[in-house]
Design a protein around this ligand. Structure first.
Ligand code: NAI
Length: 340
């Protein structure tokens, strides 16, 4: 019986990388039945009235899992982010972004192996903004004990289950004493209560960024509230070769949506040159998650085959332009399929 998965192609390069990722997952023998459903500008183009149609939310609710391409959000004006809304509506509270150096991908560092665990539902992303009088605007940062404890627990559990040694919480509690203050207090309490086997440290986010670029190998699991986690994800992507190689997952109690860290890349959309690897890697995370949550070991086998295929393709220099190669999006997917 195939497992039902929602495929959201998204905007910009989304449909191109989603096609490529689907091709690789299918070729690896992952027994999935894809249902395409739209979100973002693509939903409006497909005749929907909402950027995040109820039908898409219902389908993710029913199947409990989706692989998603990026959705465009206008800067400064226009609608709120579809991505933020999706994560909030489905309570996908943990964004998990593994950042790993890979052979064949040029970067300034080697041996980087960091996982960012980002609180995904509150902070400044609550979207509570007001222009209180002309020329004066405010944005409300929301922190709750419940969400702060929940994400801390997730980060420590994640570390323990994967044999990781240390969780570093990045914060600015010296300035935001109540919100970030609460975030680190909750992390500290969760650590003391249940995870004393994991090393715990608190680092002020600005100094932490400097330490990250000086020597990223000093970090293991990084726990951060929403905005810092967002910025850190791109910073860390830059440490290992860029957004083309940085996957992600949004995990909740009732389901999960897997998507790359990158956006819709309007500058290269429609040219067939985007790197699909970050979404393929997100697909691998999805297969491992399905294997664990649905007790279906064959998904883990398919995931291992794909991982071995892209490790080999990268090492052999069969890469897209962002990584210094010549391959187009589908051509790269074909290289992976050949090596499965
Ligand atoms: P972006 O990640 O789309 O692009 C940044 C740079 O990286 C661009 O030069 C782009 O060409 C390059 N790039 C990104 N992905 C690539 C790939 N797979 N292969 C090769 N090159 C790649 O970030 P930007 O420009 O800030 O955002 C564009 C749009 O995407 C915005 O509307 C933004 O809101 C949205 N966005 C959506 C996300 C999501 O759906 N999860 C996440 C981040 C941004």
């Amino acid at each position: 019986m195939p497992t039902d998965v929602v495929l959201i192609p998204g905007d910009g390069i989304g449909p191109e990388v989603a096609d490529a990722a689907r091709r690789v997952l299918d070729a690896a023998g992952a027994d999935l039945r894809w249902t395409v459903s739209h979100a973002g500008e693509a939903a409006i183009k497909a005749g929907e009235k909402q950027l995040l149609p109820q039908s898409t939310l219902d389908l993710i609710g029913e199947y409990g899992v989706a692989l998603k391409g990026p959705c465009t959000t206008p800067v400064g004006t226009g609608f709120r982010s579809v991505n933020v809304l999706l994560r909030k509506t489905l309570d996908l509270y943990a964004a998990v972004r593994p950042i790993r150096s890979m052979e064949g991908v040029k970067s300034r560092y080697t041996g980087v192996d960091v996982v960012i665990v980002r609180e995904n539902t509150e902070g400044l992303y609550a979207g509570i903004e007001n222009e209180i009088t002309k020329g004066v605007a405010t944005s409300l940062k929301v922190a709750t004990e419940g969400a702060s404890r929940r994400i801390a627990d997730y980060a420590f559990r994640y570390a323990r289950e994967r044999g990781r040694k240390k969780v570093s919480v990045f914060h600015k509690a010296n300035i935001m004493k109540l919100t970030d203050g609460m975030f680190i207090r909750c992390a500290r309490e969760v650590h003391e209560a249940r995870y004393s086997d994991i090393v715990y440290e608190e680092v002020i986010v600005d100094a932490a960024c400097m330490k990250l670029v000086q020597d990223p190998t000093k970090f293991d699991v990084i726990l951060a509230e929403n905005l810092y986690g967002d910025i850190l994800s791109d910073l860390c992507a830059g440490l290992v070769g860029g957004l083309g190689v940085t996957p992600g997952a949004n995990i909740g109690e009732k389901g999960a949506v897997f998507e790359a860290v990158h956006g819709s890349a309007p500058d290269i959309a429609g040219k067939g040159i985007a790197n699909p690897l970050a979404l393929v890697m997100s697909g691998v995370m999805m297969l491992n998650w399905l294997s664990a949550t649905r007790h279906a070991p064959h998904f883990r086998d398919a995931a291992s085959r794909i991982r071995a295929a892209y490790d080999r393709a990268l090492a052999e220099g069969a890469v897209t332009r962002d990584l210094g190669g010549q391959h187009g999006t589908m051509e790269f997917a074909d290289e992976l399929v050949k090596r499965l």
